[in-house]
Write a protein that binds this ligand. Structure first.
Ligand code: SF4
Length: 423
């Protein structure tokens, strides 16, 4: 059996440098596909889909709401060619009813130990319309090593700089932040993988630079201690979402190679200022993730926030506009208040206003989004600040002897015929 596995293209934030990280969802899913299935993976962000290559089944992995319209077009292309389509991934869980209209089957939930059934049903000509495991997560210890061998690694570099490989050490999140869908998707219970399994997976990754994509590394102190202690000998350099704000944990994280963290900056308080300072004191850089358009923000508050980011000399900032994604707490509230202005998923890119802000007009919020990017980066663009971050990691790698120059010809999956799509 041959299966094409497709990751649809999606637009980057306006004003942000365009680079592409190797996708994580498709390769984690691929590890759940029985080995007798021949898998061919296409990341449409970087290469064109060959619809005529043929396949018995097409699987479309969709992470973002903004990928959905393109995923539906791709599904139609395959189905026109009489190739059945199954869709899965985070965005399909969020939009399951709509996705089901465009696919022969939808897969909801986590795939470990479950995809064998789908393949069996397919062979018997009895593919079900919906495989729903949303409320029945598998044992986290059964999560296997992601199939990174499917990635064409030479594609994932930015001007010759090796991008990061994505890996996860846990699922779920015990917090319930207002703009976030994680509680619905991965459950409100923190589910850490056994540390030894995570380390085994990291050891298989040839790249020295990782992005630990866990929702939050601030959920279980003891597990974090064990994880960071076990990671230190690997000498990887890594990026993550917030780490527990605790000196002992931050020191262990730094010793384990923490390079920079994505830190939500939602106000100008001393708490945030201290958190940024503490990360810096441990030699960890900070990329602020800043949501604009929350109900407590007026125009002055957004301008003060941008001034604050400059004052604390954040290494990099990523501004987005609050977006009421389905199944997030904020969506429920805005629906009750009649404030959703658009359900065009092409606009759910987190850089467009799709709701009625509380303290300004939608047009003014859109202008302030551009103001924030342009003001923060007035002294040098996003590309330049990202370059500074990478210079720091190269310096650290040179100091500890882990630096190696990116050479696509050494890549095991380098293929000359690969065509990079210019969009
Ligand atoms: S924003 Fe992060 S910490 Fe908050 S609920 Fe979502 S994943 Fe958890």
């Amino acid at each position: 059996m041959r299966m094409q596995l497709i990751y649809p293209r999606w637009p980057k934030l306006e004003r942000q440098t365009e680079f592409h990280l190797p996708p994580h969802g498709p390769v984690v899913f691929a590890a759940c596909v029985p080995r007798e299935v021949t898998l061919e993976f296409t990341d449409e962000n970087l290469e064109a889909i060959d619809f005529d290559r043929g396949a018995d089944l097409a699987a479309i992995s969709v992470m973002l709401t903004a990928q959905l319209p393109r995923a539906f077009e791709i599904a139609a292309e395959f189905r026109q060619r009489k190739i059945p389509v199954i869709m899965g991934g985070i965005a399909v869980m969020l939009h399951s009813q709509e996705a089901a209209l465009h696919a022969d089957a939808v897969f909801l939930g986590e795939a470990e130990g479950r995809f064998e059934q789908v393949v069996d049903d397919f062979h018997r000509g009895q593919l079900r319309r919906c495989y729903d495991y949303m409320n029945d997560p598998p044992d986290i210890a059964t999560v296997g090593i992601a199939r990174r061998d499917l990635l064409k690694r030479d594609l994932y570099n930015y001007r010759g700089v090796q991008m990061l490989d994505l890996v996860h050490a846990s699922r779920g999140c015990k917090f319930n932040c207002f703009p976030c869908c994680t509680g619905f998707l991965g459950g409100k219970r923190f589910r850490p993988r056994p540390v030894q399994k995570v380390i085994e997976e990291m050891e298989t990754i040839h790249n020295n630079r990782l992005f630990i994509v866990d929702n939050s590394l601030a959920q279980d102190r003891q597990w974090l201690k064990e994880l960071f202690t076990a990671m230190a000998p690997l000498r990887k350099k890594w990026v993550s979402h917030p780490i527990l704000d605790d000196d002992e944990i931050l020191k262990l994280a730094a010793d384990a190679g923490a390079w920079y963290v994505y830190q939500a900056v939602f106000d100008t308080s001393e708490v945030i200022r201290r958190r940024i300072r503490r990360l810096r004191d441990h030699g960890i850089c900070v990329e602020g993730t800043i949501i604009l358009g929350t109900d407590d923000q007026d125009e002055d508050a957004i301008k003060r926030l941008v001034d604050f980011l400059l004052e604390v000399e954040l290494d990099v900032a990523e501004f987005t506009i609050l977006t009421p994604f389905p199944h997030s707490p904020i969506r429920r509230r805005m629906e009750l208040e009649g404030r959703i202005l658009s359900n065009d998923w092409n606009r759910y890119t987190a850089d467009k206003v799709v709701f009625q802000p509380k303290k300004m007009s939608p047009v003014r919020l859109q202008e302030l989004y551009y103001y924030a990017w342009d003001t923060f980066y007035a002294g040098g663009g996003h590309q330049l600040k990202m370059g500074e971050l990478f210079k720091r990691v190269v310096k650290r790698e040179m100091e500890d002897g882990t630096y190696h120059r990116f050479d696509p010809k050494r890549s095991r999956t380098f293929r000359k015929e690969t065509r990079v799509v210019k969009r």
